[in-house]
Design a protein around this ligand. Structure first.
Ligand SMILES: Cc1cc2nc3c(=O)[nH]c(=O)nc-3n(C[C@H](O)[C@H](O)[C@H](O)COP(=O)(O)OP(=O)(O)OC[C@H]3O[C@@H](n4cnc5c(N)ncnc54)[C@H](O)[C@@H]3O)c2cc1C
Ligand SMILES: CSCC(=O)[O-]
Length: 405
């Protein structure tokens, strides 16, 4: 009461489900919350609900290493991620919420001749598509990130790096809270602790609503943005998705004074690192190779990553690790996402972001909202269909994940 008297207001209304809505978004992560926001803000739609089985943004949005970049190889991909990057650049103002987007630069470090060839190809392809990217020599790489060890005598010497200066990091939960508050202010109901357990359809096959742990809810359009559980939810409508679900782990160190100026990613040594605004080194690894819905992984994966980090950044050899965790990543065969209509009328899906969907959050949300509102994809997400895996029109960015996931 005192808070409210002083003008404080909750971040968002925690709503109870109504019997029916025009649109239901399944999944209260950054992508789902953002889609609900853009449906209301850009398409002027009302009577929308976000249905989240746990607590808001408790999935991969809460668990990622917050790297944001658009330096992907293929034109379709770089268009999608660049759409997102441009939205990141204005998002704090758009949401009136500081998402702490920091364009500190992202170095993709090369350790082999193959790496050099692949990353230079990215640089040239990005420039052809109007996306900033530049090649640095080992000495220029160290000048940009002084803690890096560019000695030629280490196991994986630094042979150079591709630098995207507009890339960086953001505060993961802030983007979810910002979208949630803005969506809630536009009348979107955000319903937490409400798991979707079934998708209802009429005799013609069109969706009519969902079954949930808090009762049935009717809706004429349903957008599923459930990340690692997308296959589970779409199976409720008889749709099989080409997703493989693997754990991906990350860990943070004890907080220290500012010591690491940018994001560094390394394909060959399966490691990426940046420093959070709280001072922790945020470190990511490769995926655990087995299929699993656990939010944890094998110890050997982070151990391998820390060996690599200690060689690449010797100053960090005495840093103590504070905690590690895992998330459930939804990986497609070509490591590119699906943002599309499904074969079921009124049912839409945004998934397959695997190990790299945090950077896409505002872009995926924006295009998913377009696809639901207009019942057709935007030109940017049009190639990212489910059918591409049947037709062979793959968008193979496996190598561009920067870490061999
Ligand atoms: C360790 C790790 C590190 C990563 N690092 C990066 C990175 O540095 N950069 C990057 O770009 N990407 C990264 N990613 C990937 C990124 O986190 C995800 O691709 C992205 O956050 C997905 O966003 P989302 O909103 O779709 O998913 P989520 O935040 O997982 O939201 C999906 C939501 O759906 C809910 N849900 C599931 N089933 C149901 C149901 N039946 N009913 C209701 N709700 C349901 C879940 O509870 C969840 O909250 C990383 C991922 C992990 C795990
Ligand atoms: C988890 S890897 C992060 C990325 O793809 O930029």
């Amino acid at each position: 009461a005192v808070g409210r008297h002083l003008g404080w207001r909750p971040q968002w209304r925690s709503a109870a489900p109504k019997p029916s809505y025009d649109i239901i978004i399944v999944g209260g992560g950054g992508h789902g919350l953002g889609a609900a926001y853009y449906l209301a803000k850009q398409h002027g739609l009302r009577n929308i609900a976000v249905v989240e089985r746990g607590w808001l943004a408790g999935g991969n949005t809460a668990r990622n290493t917050t790297i944001i970049r658009s330096n992907y190889l293929f034109e379709q991909s770089s268009s999608y991620y660049e759409h997102a990057l441009k939205l990141w650049e204005g998002l704090s103002e758009e949401l009136n919420y500081n998402v702490m987007f920091s364009q500190r630069g992202c170095l993709m470090v090369a350790h082999t001749v193959h790496d050099v060839q692949v990353f230079k190809r990215h640089v040239y392809a990005n420039r052809l598509n109007g996306i900033d990217n530049e090649w640095l020599t080992p000495e220029e790489t160290k000048a940009f990130c002084p803690p890096l060890n560019i000695s030629p005598n280490i196991r994986y010497p630094v042979l150079g790096a591709a630098l995207q200066r507009r890339a960086g990091t953001a505060r993961h939960d802030a983007v979810a809270w910002g979208f949630a508050r803005a969506a809630s202010d536009l009348g979107v109901d955000i319903i937490e602790n409400c798991e979707v357990t079934g998708i209802d359809r009429d005799p013609s096959g069109k969706v009519t609503g969902v079954q949930t742990t808090r009762g049935p809810i009717r809706a004429g359009k349903i957008g599923v943005s459930a990340a690692g559980h997308s296959s589970v939810v779409l199976a409720m409508a008889g749709i099989r998705l080409p997703l493989q679900v693997n754990p991906l782990q990350a860990l943070v160190s004890e907080p220290v004074k500012p010591a690491f100026p940018c994001v560094v990613m390394s394909n060959t040594i399966h490691a990426y690192i940046s420093q959070s605004d709280k001072g922790e080194m945020v470190i990511g690894a490769g995926t655990d190779s087995y299929v699993s819905y656990t939010q944890r992984g094998g110890l050997h994966i982070p151990a391998h990553t820390l060996e690599a980090i200690c060689e690449l950044v010797p100053d960090f050899r005495r840093l103590r690790m504070l905690r590690s965790w895992g998330g459930i990543t939804d990986n497609t065969p070509d490591r590119s996402p699906i943002t599309a209509k499904t074969s079921v009328p009124g049912l839409y899906v945004n998934c397959g972001w695997g190990t790299g969907g945090f950077k896409a959050t505002p872009g995926a949300a924006n295009l998913f909202a377009w696809t639901i509102a207009r019942d057709e994809p935007h030109p940017i997400n049009a190639p990212f269909t489910i059918e591409r895996f049947r037709d062979g029109t793959l968008i193979d960015e496996a190598a561009a994940a920067a870490v061999a996931h």
